[in-house]
Design a protein around this ligand. Sequence first.
Ligand SMILES: Nc1ncnc2c1ncn2[C@@H]1O[C@H](COP(=O)(O)OP(=O)(O)OP(=O)(O)O)[C@@H](O)[C@H]1O
Length: 230
Amino acid sequence: MLEAKKLVMRYDEKLALNELSFSVAPGEIFCLLGQNGAGKTTTINIFLGLIKPTFGDALINNTSIKENHSIKNFIAYIPEIVQLYGNLSGLENLDFFSRLAGFKYTEQELSKYLNKANLQPEAFKKKLNTYSKGMRQKVGIAIALAKNASYILMDEPTSGLDPKASVEFATVCKELSANGVGILMATHDIFNAVNIGSKIGIMREGTLVHQTETSKISAQELQDLYIKTI
Ligand SMILES: Nc1ncnc2c1ncn2[C@@H]1O[C@H](COP(=O)(O)OP(=O)(O)OP(=O)(O)O)[C@@H](O)[C@H]1O
């Protein structure tokens, strides 16, 4: 389980998170919606251990990331733009980042992860600087899979993807969730949140003001609630 427990984050005068609490169970996809500045990226950065909360705690499988930094091995991160080596191929990038995480795979195993991430096989050996944004993201997902991450944190993963790439992305997320991977996704995309998420939280000024299961709400209802809430 990923758990935010009364997270408070203060940047000088700015209160970015104000006693934020939520949890993401294995297999759950929790989409965090909220206006620019609501505190979504700050929340993700705390789970990544990049910043320390002023108060409160972030737990991964009941262990505080403050107490045990190796607990971060359970998580992977997919940013809006996946940064990879442009002059290496998809396979070579995956190999490089898997080794960094302590895993050494054969080419066949690496290909299996790229396949699972839905990257077309003819791209495996092409240089990354020939890839589209959606293809880069698939390599990012393959890296998360190869790390055997129990949880994946995503920041605006569908921004700038074309409709086909968004649908493919949704399919991969649902497969990950069916395999027990928990996903925490910060997004502005209401349609995708309803389509991909199992739970949705709406943040305003560092607080979770609404939380609902996606099975209980349509995209239109969520949009109305969002506009009313923020
Ligand atoms: N390093 C920092 N120093 C000072 N203020 C910061 C810093 N990082 C974030 N903030 C402020 O904290 C608040 C929350 O920012 P955050 O980036 O977490 O929001 P967000 O919901 O991810 O926004 P967006 O949708 O634009 O990505 C904002 O008011 C932002 O200006």
